[in-house]
Design a protein around this ligand. Structure first.
Ligand code: F6R
Length: 242
């Protein structure tokens, strides 16, 4: 596990963007695994800036998002489809057909999960996976539990995650209770992974992720088994590790 600590959120995001851009420079047809949430927003902004400056080109890139809420149509302002278009895809030259996000409005979720796994396999896997982390140690929507999912599945969100994500909705009641999420093996099969965390609220989860034993109660701790993982933090998120 390689741990990089930057002085603040801005510096962390800039470094993350540079790492994504170098991946694409080395392999223009890279398959990127992408996350939503607050953490990667400035990384996406920086990548858009680099695209505008001709420093990175997304025309051959394929993307696979980690997760999507069940029950939200793609054009719902709180869906992860909407988030990705609004915060990133609309401003770069990625091809629409190369964008993959689980369909939260699918009629048959089990089939959607199988198809999603299949689409990653058909693309020959993910080259670089970007992850955020929940303050409870979740990655994707793999919540702390006795057992974790292997592949893409429908998952129940914990109270803590519903609470954390309610900041984007008018009320907590509107937050969907279920989501489709890549499973632990889907994530761990990526060739390289960058885990991003910023702020004090992530410090405890980061401590439990990088030090100590692997536990399904801290899903991110399983990342310790990955041979090519970079944990990219700001000082606050790193404040409980030495
Ligand atoms: C988002 C995702 C989640 C978030 C995590 C952190 O696609 O899979 O695991 O990365 O909940 O969210 P933020 O960045 O909002 O703190």
């Amino acid at each position: 596990m390689r741990i990089i600590v930057e002085k603040d959120y801005h510096a962390m995001s800039k470094k993350a963007a540079l790492m994504v851009a170098s991946q694409i420079t080395l392999k223009p047809d890279s398959n990127l695994g992408l996350a939503t949430g607050g953490t990667p927003l400035a990384m996406y902004d920086k990548l858009i800036e680099m695209y505008r400056e001709d420093e990175v080109d997304f025309k051959e890139v394929q993307s696979f998002n980690l997760d999507e809420y069940c029950g939200l149509e793609a054009d719902h302002p709180n869906s992860y489809h909407y988030y990705m278009n609004d915060n990133f895809f609309n401003d770069i030259n990625i091809k629409k057909e190369n964008i993959h996000i689980p369909d939260g409005s699918a009629e048959d979720f089990a089939e959607e999960c199988r198809n999603y796994e299949e689409s990653i396999k058909n693309a020959r896997g993910i080259d670089l996976q970007i992850l955020g982390i929940g303050s409870n140690g979740h990655i994707g929507f793999n919540e702390p539990a006795e057992n974790l999912n292997v592949a893409t599945e429908v998952v129940d969100l914990t109270e803590e995650t519903i609470e954390a994500n309610s900041r984007y909705f008018d009320s907590k009641d509107e937050v969907p209770k279920k989501a489709i999420s890549m499973g632990m093996a889907t994530i761990l099969k990526a060739d390289r992974i960058i885990l991003l965390a910023s702020g004090k609220s992530k410090a405890e989860a980061i401590k439990r992720t990088v030090s100590g034993k692997i536990s399904t109660q801290v899903p991110a701790s399983l990342l310790q088994t990955h041979p090519q993982i970079t944990v990219l933090l700001d000082r606050e998120a790193a404040s409980l590790i030495n």
